[in-house]
Every structure is written in structure tokens, then in C-alpha cells.
Design a protein around this ligand. Structure first.
Ligand code: AHM
Ligand code: MG
Length: 340
């Protein structure tokens, strides 16, 4: 028989957001409403992901490339349209940016502009879509610089340092659909109960173990890496000292990060020092690296660039800027830092 978690834990994400709002005397409810729109879109995307193999015209690639020259999958495009629509009309954003769209996305005419911005990777790990491997959505929310303004937001409202995020999180479409988020007071995780149609609190206080046994990196790129980075990887596999670490790499950042958050370990995406393909790493600062760094720190972990700078101190200079990332359990990242 299924064991149901204690009744006090069965709080829905909507209830949780209202309770958090009530703790802040100055809160207007705008953030809660914005989150409700995001969650609604996430449920629709989750529904489509769950039955993707059954539907015509859902799996496979479109004939377009995104701003980064990567193939856009049909589900990438679908998720992008659902999130963009649900969020830009909610009345609480002044601008939005999506990994799939070249420019800042304005609020459509006739809709109110609010005090938040959101940067979103609508469907992360899209190379895994057709093989039914976990994929995700990543989001990062900031307050605009002038919170009284009622006008469209500007680029600078979204290009803010990671430590100023009001909220960051992801949805992982895995063996169940989970939403993990932080509003700067720790990390909480909710699991979508499809029969109720609600995300229910399943992971109240997520902490990344202080150290772990897992390392996650695309080792096929070994020959592109710097000698320091290669040395580090050789060291964690060596038979001298501690047992070698275990390699786990899905190729979906959300899924790789989520596993390491629960089990401990280190995820690395370094720069490519040999070809010119990824001189600053592959991942995008605004949509992937900064939100994951925020979650990691809130869970007791550490997130730095490959040369040891704190990710949350970086200010993006353009929407699609890339950054290297080394993120994970505190002791594992500290050990990495001794190699650079
Ligand atoms: P995407 O947002 O276009 O799907 O690309 C980002 C993905 C991450 O989810 C993942 O960590 C990384 O790319 C995998 O890259 P690689 O195939 O080079 O290992
Ligand atoms: Mg991505």
C-alpha cells in the first residue's frame, strides 16, 4: 500500500505561496500571482511532456535554429510559447527573456506592466526529449530597478546580478514532475500529484549534503579542457587516497543538478580551451547558471565559475551570455578550488 506522508506536509504550492506572502507585511500579492501563472504553464507543459510519444507533431525537431544556432525541438517551441503567453499577460512582469528568443520579450499591448522580470529556459536538456529522458524548465525572477514604474521594462531590469534574484527554481519532468524553488529563505520542493492537479509540498527543507560521491561532467570533451581541469578530473578518479568518485551525467542540467542536490556531489561545465566553440562554457548565465547557483547556495552548496569566481556576483552583460559553472556540495567544490 502507498504510504502517504504526514498530513501537515500535504500543503499545496498555492497555499505555501499565500502563507509566505502573509509573512511579508508589505507584499501586494503580485509575486504570488506571477508564480501561479508560472505553475499553471508548467502543468500544461508537464501534461504534454507526459504524453509526447502518443501525439503527432510533438517529438522531433522544427526546421528552425535558435539565437545560439542550436536546433529548436518541437517541444522547445511549444514550451516557449506556453510560458511566454502565460507570463507576459499576468500583469506582474515588466519584461521577460527566454533562452529561445533573441530579444527582450515585451508585455503585449493592452496588458499591465508590473514590478518583476523573469528569465526562463522553457525546456532545458532538449537533446533528451526524443529519448524520453528527464528534461526541465529553469526560471529566475528579479524585481525591476524602479519598482514603482508602470512602463515596459528595459534590458537593465533583467541583466542584474544573480545575488539579487527574488526567486529561482526549476521544474523537472522526471519520474514525477517536481518544482523546486527558493525565495532566498532555503529551498523547497513540490511534487505534482496528477490526480489532484496540484504541486504538493514533498521536500520541505532541501539541503545539499556537505560532500558527495558523484561527479557530473561531459567527459567526451576531455581533450578540449585546460591542463588544470584535466588534473582535477584525473584526481577524483585516482585510486590513491579516497575511493574514486562515481560518474553520473544525464546531459539535462535540471536532472543532473536535482540528483546532486539530493545526493551530494559536483557538476561541472568548463570552457573549451582548444576549439572556439565554447570559450566561456556552454551554459547560459541568465537562464541556467545563475538560478542554479542561487538554489545551490540556498541549499548550503557552492557555485563558482571554472576559475573560482562566485557566480552570484556576476552581472550579465547580454541576454545570451554564457558562463562556466562548477556547482555542488560545499566540500567537493572547495576541493575543486585547490586545483586552480
Ligand atoms: P539546452 O538548454 O539547449 O537544452 O542546453 C543545455 C544543456 C544542459 O541541460 C546540459 O547540462 C548541457 O546542455 C549538456 O551539454 P553537453 O551535451 O555539451 O554535455
Ligand atoms: Mg538549457
Amino acid at each position: 500500500m502507498n504510504q502517504i506522508k504526514p498530513q501537515d506536509n500535504l500543503i499545496s504550492l498555492s497555499q505555501f505561496l499565500i502563507e509566505e506572502q502573509l509573512k511579508l507585511p508589505y507584499a501586494t500579492g503580485g509575486f504570488t500571482a506571477l508564480m501561479n501563472h508560472l505553475v499553471y504553464a508548467a502543468k500544461i507543459v508537464s501534461r504534454e511532456v507526459r504524453k509526447a510519444g502518443l501525439l503527432d507533431n510533438v517529438l522531433g525537431a522544427t526546421n528552425q535554429q535558435n539565437i545560439q544556432g542550436e536546433t529548436v525541438m518541437k517541444l522547445d517551441d511549444y514550451a516557449d510559447r506556453i510560458f511566454t503567453h502565460a507570463l507576459t499577460i499576468c500583469g506582474h512582469l515588466c519584461a521577460m527573456a527566454s533562452e529561445e528568443q533573441e530579444d527582450l520579450i515585451p508585455i503585449p499591448e493592452g496588458y499591465k506592466c508590473g514590478k518583476y522580470t523573469i528569465a526562463i529556459d522553457p525546456l532545458d536538456g532538449s537533446s533528451n526529449i526524443d529519448s524520453n529522458v528527464s528534461i526541465g524548465t529553469i526560471f529566475s525572477i528579479h524585481r525591476r530597478r524602479d519598482i514603482e514604474a508602470k512602463t515596459q521594462g528595459e534590458l537593465e531590469d533583467i541583466l542584474q546580478p544573480g545575488h539579487k534574484q527574488r526567486c529561482a527554481g526549476y521544474i523537472v519532468y522526471g519520474s514525477s514532475t517536481m518544482l523546486v524553488m527558493s525565495m532566498g529563505t532555503g529551498v523547497v520542493g513540490f511534487t505534482l500529484d496528477p490526480s489532484v492537479g496540484e504541486f504538493l509540498l514533498s521536500h520541505p527543507n532541501m539541503k545539499m549534503p556537505e560532500s558527495g560521491t558523484i561527479y557530473s561532467v561531459n567527459e567526451g570533451n576531455y581533450n578540449y579542457w585546460s591542463p588544470e581541469f584535466q588534473n582535477y578530473i584525473k584526481n577524483i578518479k585516482s585510486l590513491e587516497g579516497d575511493k574514486p568518485k562515481t560518474a553520473r551525467y544525464i546531459g539535462s542540467l535540471v536532472a543532473d543538478f536535482h540528483r546532486n542536490l539530493l545526493k551530494g556531489g559536483i557538476f561541472l561545465y568548463p570552457n573549451d580551451t582548444k576549439s572556439n566553440k565554447y570559450p566561456n562554457g556552454k551554459l547560459r548565465l541568465l537562464y541556467e547558471v545563475a538560478p542554479m547557483a542561487f538554489l545551490a547556495e540556498q541549499a548550503g552548496g557552492v557555485a563558482v565559475t571554472v576559475d573560482g569566481r562566485r557566480i552570484l556576483d556576476l552581472t550579465p552583460s547580454e541576454l545570451h551570455e554564457r558562463s562556466t559553472m562548477v556547482v555542488g556540495s560545499k566540500k567537493d567544490v572547495e576541493h575543486y578550488l585547490t586545483f586552480i
